[in-house]
Design a protein around this ligand. Structure first.
Ligand SMILES: Nc1ncnc2c1ncn2[C@@H]1O[C@H](COP(=O)(O)OP(=O)(O)OP(=O)(O)O)[C@@H](O)[C@H]1O
Ligand SMILES: [Mg+2]
Length: 236
């Protein structure tokens, strides 16, 4: 459903992505791992349209996504959970979720269903629906950022380092939630992570991105069995 071919992105002449090609088929769980500065967030920003592509193509279900204005891309079924969560801190939990539902412009009945759906996945958000998002813990804010994305019923969910800044226990909880979301909602998931063990153990296929280039790609088994991945990313 998502196909990126030879995508390059530059920042003021510096190449952040160099001829990157990746694809995600319907319902797949794709992991992209790589160190700081590899270009992981840039890749997602190019899909969402907050940075421009210098060259290359991005297509969604065969249509040219780069020709779709960035504000319209959520209407095509793409939801981006950005690095650092970026919840609306001065809005309540429920209002954050409502912001995520805007691509659907839900009527009251649909809105109730949406809330029930995300509350079933993240019960803590139901308990805290009137709390200001800025006062949630880091893990709760991450759940809210994912819930906000799900409220728009996306077909493609882009998750940028959801474990960032969380304790190992809470990060594991978030990875479990993401697995549940993938299973119950059946959507296509692309997860970018520095925590390679968790990301690769969740995925169907994965890519290793280093200095703006895809240096390795393969099935979960290929990547977990790769000597270099084991040494550099899995510490084995
Ligand atoms: N707005 C910007 N202006 C200039 N350079 C940028 C900008 N955003 C990112 N870069 C550079 O592009 C490269 C890739 O950055 P990016 O944020 O995509 O990496 P990343 O893989 O997400 O890293 P991290 O794991 O630290 O989040 C880095 O060298 C970064 O300094
Ligand atoms: Mg990043």
């Amino acid at each position: 459903m998502l196909k990126i071919d030879a995508l390059s992105v530059t920042y003021g002449g510096l190449l952040a992505l160099d001829q990157v090609s990746i694809r995600a088929d319907e319902g797949e769980f794709i992991a992209i791992v790589g160190p700081n500065g590899a270009g992981k967030s840039t890749l997602f920003k190019a899909i969402s349209g907050t940075v421009a592509a210098a060259s290359g193509t991005i297509s969604l279900d065969g249509t040219d996504l780069l020709a779709v204005a960035p504000p319209m891309r959520p209407h095509r079924g793409i939801a981006h959970v950005p690095e650092g969560r970026q919840v609306f801190k001065s809005l309540s939990v429920a209002d954050n979720i409502a912001m995520g539902a805007w691509p659907l412009a839900p009527r009251a009945a649909e809105w109730t269903q949406t809330l029930e759906r995300v509350h079933a996945l993240f019960p803590v958000l139901a308990e805290r629906r009137d709390q200001l998002a800025g006062t949630l813990s880091g893990g709760e804010q991450q759940m809210l950022a994912i819930a906000r994305a799900l409220a728009g019923k996306p077909r493609l969910l882009l998750l940028d380092e959801p474990s960032m800044g969380l304790s190992p226990r809470i990060a594991d909880l978030i990875f479990d939630c993401i697995q549940t979301v993938h299973k119950t909602e059946g959507m296509t998931v692309v997860l970018v992570e520095q925590r390679a063990v968790e990301a690769l153990s969740s995925c169907n296929r994965g890519y290793v991105l280093e200095s703006g280039r895809i240096v390795l790609q393969g099935s979960q088994a290929d990547l977990l069995g790769d000597d270099r991945v084991r040494k550099v990313y899995l510490g084995r």
